[in-house]
Design a binder for this molecule. Sequence first.
Ligand SMILES: Cc1ncc(C[n+]2csc(CCOP(=O)(O)OP(=O)(O)O)c2C)c(N)n1
Ligand SMILES: [Mg+2]
Length: 305
Amino acid sequence: MTVEEDLVPEVHAEDVPQDVFRVIGRVPEGATDQEAVAHLRAAARAIRKRDIQMVRAAGLGHIGGEFSVIDILTTLYLDSLNMGPELLGDPDRDRFILSKGHAAAALYTTLAAAGFIDPEDLGTFMQPLSMLNGHPARTKIDAVEASTGPLGHGLPIAVGTALAGKIDGSARRTFVVTGDGEMQEGSNWEALMTAGNHGLANLCVIVDRNRLQQGARVADTNDLEPLPEKLVAFGMEVVELDGHDHAALREAFANVPAASGKPTAIVAHTMKGHPISFMSDNVAWHHKVPSPEQVEAALTELEQS
Ligand SMILES: Cc1ncc(C[n+]2csc(CCOP(=O)(O)OP(=O)(O)O)c2C)c(N)n1
Ligand SMILES: [Mg+2]
């Protein structure tokens, strides 16, 4: 079997369970910190379960980078963003851009959990004429603020979006998630330089620091370190945290805009494939499709997580 055959297997959707997925909704108003974190943990578990089923059913996807970013997406959409389906027409809503657009299935599942898209539509992921393309399309989904996929574009778009918000005198904030391998693209550093120069305090850049890119470790390809120091030098307010810690993520997002007036850059330490034992921190799982047995094993691990 060639590597490509291994990566793009013949799939039969009926081979794997397709759970009924329902809108989960935001952390309820007035929830304690503990209740909020419990809500987000349960939501992230459900999102991972549906995501892996979608990837198996489609025979395509990027499960490693999806599982590394799901806790970040869940915290943003179900708690931190001033953004909900009823606010889509409000120019002062917060904005979110998934610059690492290959993690689209994680975004779609989170958008369904938050009520932006019909959970039923998740079953169409990657099918002909589906709005759920392999990479998010602004032209197909209202809640997608920018089409992404080619790496190195989402952060520059987010900087323009944040600059527009500042010019408008709006309180809206712009959040963007980049991959760490993606930070090797020079366009990101031009964008950061602009954000620092313009003091875009309404911008929050989250680097999904899973230390892996496609087929290799970031450090073995084009090392980013010392990443926090570089971000400071570009004028950022830098926060380092565990990107799977919902409490830490909530606190960091709540602190945007930073009192210093600088843009915020969050280095979110994550694991690709988290928390699945045979995927976590394993370079093979960038876009490998799990077998039905691996889906079952992952679902069991998620139940116990
Ligand atoms: C400009 C560009 N070059 C190459 C690719 C193919 N590609 C998709 S994902 C990826 C690796 C990205 O690694 P990283 O940013 O670390 O993402 P993560 O580890 O979170 O999946 C590559 C090279 C692309 N989408 N865009
Ligand atoms: Mg990475």
